[in-house]
Design a protein around this ligand. Structure first.
Ligand code: NAP
Ligand code: ZN
Ligand code: ZN
Length: 349
């Protein structure tokens, strides 16, 4: 297959820094869209993947799945987009399109879904490479339209941080009478607050310290509970219909389960792995409470969110960085020193 060599930034080992590298992109096929990348958000999953936290990284890896850009070329069969259109790509670039999940617009749960990076690229017979790069070539069905009224850097994180919190908010039918809590104020957490607030819910942030209290209130939270203060945790027992837990590392879920109302759900979107310490079933049984998980969102749901953000003027709070600052950005992310998403200006590559 014909390919083009382009500039990218990636890493070759868990302990190595990210550095400039060349990668191949396919030349557009009939159903493809080629996108010149303008901005790419920096997700904690990029860091987990670069450092092989989940033990399944294939190197070299080029992270990045919060991609906004302009169409630079389209295949003959593509009518939906033309050169110059403002478009986006999130965490998915392909799926089988035939299974029940695909038919139900839940491509993220398709057994054959292809991640934007680290997935299997059937065209090149190699791992897919993400948005820390000049361009990307994606099948038209996985390309999203971006409202023109929004800040371009600010909209990038909607493609992962946004949809990952939007999908549970929609699935658990959050609306005006809902009481929602968010655990952790980072990339996902700040989008969760904004989106839950825009849906009319009463929103609480659980954070480890009071450092981010004013920010959370400014983002749309109605109250902040410091998770390390027992009295504060006690004050919200049996309260929430939905808790979205965005914390990236193993932590005790039991105190949060206690704050769910009867029939409430704690949905874990952050940490991937065994729950430690173990869950005590008593509050679940005594209050029909659920602990669940959720993965990003499907293509139709992501388009719904982009349109919702366009209508309600919602974007992420971003700190725009140059590509060469990515290693420092990862260091700061590990210290929770992000306000509240790094976004790379891809001109700098
Ligand atoms: N399920 C999915 O589909 C999906 C999609 C995207 C990302 N993710 C995952 O979601 C997690 C969050 O991603 P993100 O980009 O929002 O990360 P982030 O910006 O780094 O935010 C994580 C937040 O969690 C809190 N936290 C609590 N304990 C922590 C600890 N020991 N170390 C660091 N932070 C801690 C911090 O908030 P406070 O300071 O307020 O406590 C921090 O700001 C990651 O694990 C990522 O891989 C999952
Ligand atoms: Zn992500
Ligand atoms: Zn499928």
């Amino acid at each position: 297959m014909e390919t083009k060599s382009i500039k990218a930034y990636g890493t070759t080992a868990p302990e190595a820094d990210l550095n400039a590298m060349q990668i191949n992109r396919r030349v557009v096929t009939t159903s493809d869209v080629e996108i010149e990348i303008l901005y790419c958000g920096v997700c904690h999953s990029d860091l987990h993947t670069a450092k092989n936290d989940w033990g399944m990284t294939t190197y070299p890896v080029v992270p990045g799945h919060e991609i906004v850009g302009r169409v630079s070329n389209v295949g003959y069969g593509v009518n939906k987009y033309k050169v110059g259109d403002l478009v986006a790509v999130g965490c998915l670039v392909d799926s089988c399109r035939a299974c029940d999940n695909c038919k139900d617009d839940l491509e993220q749960y398709c057994p054959e879904w292809v991640g934007t990076y680290g997935g299997f690229d059937k065209h090149l017979d190699a791992p897919t490479h993400g948005g820390y790069s000049e361009t990307i070539v994606v099948d038209v069905d996985f390309v999203l339209r971006v409202p023109e009224n929004l800040d371009l850097a600010g909209i990038a994180p909607v493609l992962c941080a946004g949809i990952t919190t939007w999908s549970p908010l929609r699935h658990w039918k959050v609306g005006k009478d809902s009481k929602v809590a968010v655990v952790g104020l980072g990339g996902l957490g700040h989008m969760a607050i904004k989106l839950a607030h825009a849906l009319g819910a009463h929103v609480t942030l659980f954070s480890r310290s009071s450092n981010k209290t004013q920010d959370a209130l400014d983002l749309g939270a109605d109250q902040v509970i410091i998770s390390t203060e027992e009295a504060q945790m006690e004050s919200v027992m049996n309260t929430f219909d939905l808790i979205i837990d965005t914390v990236p590392y193993a932590h005790d879920l039991n105190p949060y389960v206690g704050t769910l109302a009867t029939n409430g759900t704690l949905v874990v979107v952050g940490y991937l792995g065994p729950i430690d310490p173990m869950l005590v079933t008593v509050p679940m049984i005594m209050g029909r409470k659920t602990v669940a998980g959720s993965l990003i969102g499907g293509i139709a749901e992501t388009q719904e969110l982009l349109d919702f953000c366009g209508k309600h003027n919602i974007v992420s709070e971003v700190e725009v960085i140059e590509m060469q600052e990515i290693n420092e950005a990862y260091e700061r992310m590990l210290k929770s020193d992000v306000h509240y998403r790094f976004v790379i200006d891809m001109k700098s590559i």
